[in-house]
Design a protein around this ligand. Structure first.
Ligand code: PAF
Length: 283
């Protein structure tokens, strides 16, 4: 496995290959990321993981400075998983001058849910992902693949739509969420949880499961009953000491409020102590 830090070295290393498969990450890798790498390996003739903590997608009060940076351990895990190439650029390499050009995703998809509670988040994500795609795929001759985790459900939809609207010849593949034995979705931010919080954390996925059951039981009355069901789910989590941002049932394709008969996803974000967790469940 090769580790490169510059765009020029990345492009040199990619030259012999036709079909790169990319897994963009911010590092601090866990089994969820490694499952995405395995999915990528099945699709390209070279598997690339990028590791870059992207300042553009963090608000000033968020955890950019404290986000765990664990390059050496990440590289060991990637090597053991069969990754071929790691691109770990510095901030100066990715943003040598202030990034004035940005990708502005559409409000109907990107200013709701995560985008509502983290204004500018998806602009930061789309901008860096567009740039990573340019770095990795610009010289490719064959099919190009990028793999994103379904754990960030809204993110993979936003990226999918960006690729479609810009006619980028890239297959977006979604990898299933990996969970701890108790059901907690794996996340780099789980490392922020205290022992007591870690034991409590699974309650977010249990709350989503319960809301999903209630939504399915509402059947034809879904539209009418949903606001009360969502409010009850938020209250139940708040009563356990969480600060929920949203627990909601949406249409899978575009995350709009659903009608009876739509394919559904339940999504939630809530703060436990100082750690904000997100999770989702297709039902
Ligand atoms: O999901 C992430 O880790 C990040 O949002 C991504 C896609 C690597 C962009 O920085």
């Amino acid at each position: 496995m090769k580790l490169v830090h510059t765009i020029a070295d990345l492009r040199d290393a990619l030259r012999p290959y036709d079909s790169p498969a990319l897994v963009p990450t911010m590092g601090n890798l866990h089994a969820g990321h490694l499952a995405l790498v395995k999915a990528a390996k099945a699709r390209g003739d070279v598997t690339v993981a990028s590791i870059f903590v992207n300042r553009l997608q963090f608000a000033p009060h968020e955890d950019f400075d404290t986000y765990p940076r664990t390059l050496e351990a990440d590289c060991e895990k990637l090597q053991a998983t069969g990754c071929d190439l790691v691109f770990a650029p510095s901030e100066r390499e990715m943003y040598p001058e202030p990034q004035g050009y940005k990708v502005q995703p559409p409000a109907d998809l990107a200013d709701i849910l995560e985008g509502h509670f983290r204004p500018g988040f998806f602009t930061g994500v789309c901008t860096v992902v567009m740039k990573l795609f340019q770095c990795v795929f610009s010289e490719a001759k064959g099919p190009r693949t990028a793999v994103f985790g379904l754990k960030d459900y809204q993110q993979q939809l936003v990226i999918r739509r960006m690729v479609k609207q810009f006619a980028m010849p890239i297959d977006i593949v979604a990898g299933a969420t990996e969970r701890a034995p108790d059901g907690l979705a794996l996340s780099s931010r789980n490392g922020y949880l205290s022992e007591t919080e870690r034991a409590e954390a699974v309650q977010l996925s249990l709350a989503l499961r319960a809301l999903g059951r209630d939504a399915l039981a509402a059947a034809d009355g879904l539209e009418r009953h949903l606001p009360a069901l969502e409010a009850r789910a938020m209250q139940a989590l708040a009563a356990r000491g969480w600060q929920p941002d949203y627990l909601t049932v949406r249409r899978r394709d575009d995350l709009q409020p659903p009608k009876a008969g739509d394919a559904l996803v339940v999504l939630g974000a809530a703060r436990l102590g100082s750690t904000r967790l997100i999770d989702n469940l297709e039902i």
